[in-house]
Design a protein around this ligand. Structure first.
Ligand SMILES: Cc1cc2nc3c(=O)[nH]c(=O)nc-3n(C[C@H](O)[C@H](O)[C@H](O)COP(=O)(O)O)c2cc1C
Length: 368
């Protein structure tokens, strides 16, 4: 069994342990997308809590790419200053921080972005029940450029790495998936054509940040929707990204359209429920030359240690909402996370920003 607390390297970045905070929308930005004190403190708490690498919640690269209210923005140059406060606070607390960047594509609401959502093809988005407009070639080009400009801002704001959101039904995933991409031009049809958008985003981002800056992707290895991306294609895309110089792949799957049972944030009750994307991550690890991070349902030190025989690192989201100091707790010998995957963190996030529903319930009980 590998040790969780063995350092590892991605390019010039030495990460002190194998525990990554998976991107988690915090709902703690102000209405312009700038980080609030609460957001900066929450990320610094994770650094103090011993997380090896913190990945921020998804940040939108352009106004029409926003996915949820109170989401952090990296859409304009004026965000560099405010975002630097995040990297400064995390570094001061001894941590490392990457920013996840996203274009939500058709997976958003027109009332949030002030216009009709756009995606690879015109259709009703299954999860959000919104009419999506098909992107023109010009819009595709502009969006690829927006990814590059956002990455340059992430670097300028002092972050240690950037992560492209290529999972959970957002725009990169929409292009990859035959369920949402029915284009007949160079961006649709064959699996190579559907992967073109992801590859062009990576190439343009690489140009913007230079050869030594770590660029990661969180990738849906499989969609779990009818007619969606099958695992074999997810594996082939991972291989294509690795050949084109991605520096790490975080393996996930599913999205809002895949239903609760197959969602990225599944219920975990027992040890056998943990690490539900490990088989997919193992399949990807076999064909790539970059490090592989596996997300999804890790709750106990013992299961993580077993997984580290197969992948380079694991990523956790919900357990770090409940226990930002979980990494230090495991280092001190504790065995299990106290997260019960009740998924109330989604509704708590909407109401008041990042928080654990179970903890709030317990506090209410204590106060009578
Ligand atoms: C409240 C909440 C917000 C999330 N926001 C994001 C996000 O911004 N980007 C992302 O890639 N995944 C997001 N996820 C998914 C998690 O990163 C993770 O992939 C999933 O919850 C499974 O890991 P876990 O079992 O450790 O929670 C979010 C999950 C939760 C619970």
């Amino acid at each position: 069994m590998a040790d969780i607390f063995t350092p590892w390297k991605i390019k010039d970045l030495t990460i002190p342990n194998r525990l990554v905070r998976s991107a988690t929308w915090e709902g703690l930005a102000d209405d312009d997308g700038a980080p609030t004190h609460e957001l900066i403190n929450a990320l610094a708490d994770l650094a103090e809590g011993g997380v090896g690498l913190i990945i921020t919640g998804y940040a939108y690269i352009s106004p029409e790419g926003l996915g949820l209210p109170k989401q952090t923005g990296v859409h304009i140059d004026a965000m560099v200053g405010p975002l630097t406060r995040i990297s400064d606070a995390v570094h001061k607390a001894g941590g490392l921080v990457a920013m996840q960047i996203v274009h939500a594509g058709g997976q958003t609401k027109s009332k949030w972005i002030g216009r009709q959502p756009m995606g690879p093809s015109a259709m009703v988005n299954l999860a959000y029940k919104e009419e999506v407009a098909a992107m023109s070639l010009m819009q595709i080009e502009d969006t690829i450029d927006a990814f590059a400009m956002a990455s340059a801002r992430v670097k300028a704001a002092g972050f240690d790495a950037v992560q492209l959101h290529g999972a959970h039904g957002y725009l990169i995933n929409q292009f990859l998936s035959p369920a949402t991409n029915q284009r007949t031009d160079d961006y649709g049809g064959s699996s190579a054509n559907r992967a073109r958008f992801a590859y062009e985003v990576l190439a343009t981002v690489r140009q913007a940040v230079g050869p030594r800056y770590p660029v990661f992707i969180k990738l849906s290895s499989e969609d779990f929707v009818e007619g969606g991306l099958p695992l074999e294609e997810g594996v082939a895309v991972a291989q294509g990204l690795s050949k084109r110089g991605i520096d790490a792949i975080e393996v996930s799957g599913g999205g809002p359209a895949s239903g609760k049972r197959l969602s990225p944030s599944r219920v975990v009750k027992e040890a056998s429920d943990e690490g539900y994307f490990l088989p997919n991550a193992v399949a990807i690890k076999k064909v790539v030359s970059c490090p592989v991070i596996c997300v999804g349902g890790w709750r106990s030190r013992a299961e993580v240690e077993k997984a580290l025989d197969h992948v380079d690192a694991v990523a956790l989201s919900r357990p770090f909402i409940r226990q930002p100091d979980l990494a230090n707790r495991w280092k001190a010998g504790e065995e299990k996370a106290s997260c019960i995957s009740c998924n109330q963190c989604f509704s708590v996030g909407m109401k008041q920003g990042l928080g654990c529903g179970q903890e709030l319930k317990e506090q209410e009980k204590e106060q009578g």
